[in-house]
Design a binder for this molecule. Structure first.
Ligand code: GLP
Length: 244
């Protein structure tokens, strides 16, 4: 794992932006794996600004999001589909036919099968990740097999609380209890992985991911098996690392 420790969220976002734009420019037909949550918000803002100012084009880019809440229509303001359109796609020149977010409605079996097929046909060049305070990646909660592919999952109480704090106007009852997520195996199949972790509440998960023995109770520790992972971590999230 290539661990880059930076001062703060802004610096982390700038570094991630450099890697993302380098990927898009060096291969304008890249398949990008994208993430939601509060962490990539500034990165997405930098990508929008850069597209507007410098004309970086996304016309040939294909995107594949990690996950979606189950039970929310793509038009629901808290759905990850809506989040991606609002925070990124609407202001890029991306072809919306090339944008993929798992469906959080309808037949779970059909959707998970279709999404796995899509990922098989479109190997991901760069997978962006955040990390949950309990170490989840995508919505792969503690206990998820490292061999998992796209699946339906019940969210942990702590994840529901974390996500209500930042989204859903703080209303815990509005956060869906289940989601559809790419599995850990899908994530590990990406050619490169870029994970951003900022803030004190990520410090325990970051320590587990980087320094503890790989174990399913800390899903992000599966990344130890990948040979091209870049972790961009701010000082607060890195505060429990012993080998800096
Ligand atoms: C959600 C998403 C994850 C994300 C995590 C962390 O659970 N499914 O992909 O990494 O939240 O969110 P935040 O970046 O807001 O801390």
């Amino acid at each position: 794992m290539n661990v880059i420790i930076v001062k703060d969220y802004e610096e982390a976002s700038q570094k991630a932006f450099e890697i993302m734009v380098e990927q898009v420019k060096s291969n304008p037909n890249s398949a990008l794996g994208l993430a939601t949550g509060s962490t990539p918000l500034r990165l997405y803002e930098l990508m929008r600004e850069d597209h507007k100012k410098n004309g970086t084009t996304y016309k040939g880019i294909r995107t594949f999001n990690l996950d979606e809440y189950y039970g929310l229509a793509p038009t629901h303001p808290q759905s990850y589909h809506y989040f991606m359109c609002h925070n990124l796609f609407d202001e890029l020149d991306i072809d919306m036919n090339n944008v993929h977010v798992p469906k959080g409605e309808g037949s779970i079996e059909e959707e998970t099968e279709a999404y796995n097929k899509l990922l098989e046909e479109n190997p991901i060049d760069l997978q962006l990740l955040g990390i949950g305070s309990n170490g989840h990646i995508g919505f792969n909660e503690p206990g998820t097999s490292f061999d998992s592919t796209t699946h339906y999952i019940q969210l942990k109480e702590s994840t529901i609380q974390d996500n209500a704090r930042l989204f859903f106007n703080g209303n815990i009852d509005e956060v869906p209890t289940h989601a559809v997520t790419m599995g850990i195996k899908n994530i590990l199949q990406a050619k490169k992985v870029l994970l951003i972790a900022c803030g004190e509440n990520k410090a325990i998960a970051v320590k587990g991911m980087v320094e503890d023995e790989k174990n399913v109770e800390l899903p992000a520790s599966a990344l130890q098996d990948h040979d091209d992972v870049t972790l961009i971590i701010d000082e607060a999230a890195a505060s429990l690392l012993t080998k800096k």
